[in-house]
Design a binder for this molecule. Structure first.
Ligand SMILES: C[S@@+](CC[C@H](N)C(=O)[O-])C[C@H]1O[C@@H](n2cnc3c(N)ncnc32)[C@H](O)[C@@H]1O
Length: 207
């Protein structure tokens, strides 16, 4: 499947009806999602035939794209049942059988739960703007769940901190790309509808 074709399919994925700001519910735009998935698939061969986890899956754009690129199985995790309801409808509309979802709070998974249960994690986690440290809780959990690699988006301003943590946790880190990401304004004092922020697309490898 070509990149443009993937992007145009992902434009048909329904997104949050009433996004919950406290859960940092903003969808990954089809262009960014397609570029991420295409790179993970073509450059690193981490999708085809693999078990893929999607933490904070929301309405499922990353899981759906991974399933379309031939993942063996995709499992999305999210705390919000409204988002998962949309995820379910999306998966049905795309007629994807290799996809499922689990409602859970990533912050309160038992420590030994789901260890090394997937090959690859692909995620766009909350950046931690509403709950400080949420991005790092997602990352730590993803690294426990994955056997091989984790792909994630993080604010570029946190890059040095993340590099330090990766060294501490003994995982290899590679900044694949620096993106401009339009984040919906989330405070009343924000005058514009969205703000552009710099975001790193990062690969963590565990092999
Ligand atoms: C930035 S959105 C990304 C949504 C989707 N993955 C996408 O790429 O379009 C972050 C997602 O994390 C979920 N989330 C926030 N806090 C969570 C938690 N503690 N446990 C599980 N999911 C959570 C939100 O409901 C939301 O769907």
């Amino acid at each position: 499947m070509k990149l443009k074709e993937l992007e145009s399919c992902l434009q048909n994925v329904d997104v949050f009806e009433s996004p919950k700001l406290l859960l940092e519910q903003y969808p990954t735009r089809p262009h960014i999602a397609a570029c991420m998935l295409y790179t993970i698939h073509n450059t690193f061969n981490d999708i085809e035939g693999k078990v893929v986890g999607d933490l904070g899956c929301g309405c499922g754009v990353l899981s759906i794209g991974a399933a379309m690129l031939g993942a063996g199985f995709c499992l999305g995790f999210d705390i919000d049942e409204d988002a998962l309801e949309i995820f379910k409808t999306n998966a049905e509309e795309f007629e994807l059988a290799n996809i499922d979802m689990l409602q859970c709070d990533i912050c309160s998974l038992p420590t030994n739960c789901l260890v090394k249960c997937v090959d690859t994690v692909i995620m766009n986690p909350p950046f931690g703007t509403k709950h400080k440290g949420m991005d790092m809780i997602f990352l730590r959990t993803a690294l426990q769940m994955a056997r091989s690699s984790v792909y994630s988006l993080h604010k570029t301003s946190t890059r040095e901190h993340i590099k330090k943590k990766a060294a501490e946790w003994k995982v290899k880190i590679e900044i694949i790309a620096e993106l401009r990401y339009d984040l919906p304004a989330s405070y009343k004092f924000h005058k514009k509808k969205s703000v552009d922020i710099e975001v790193d697309f990062i690969r963590f490898s565990l092999d």
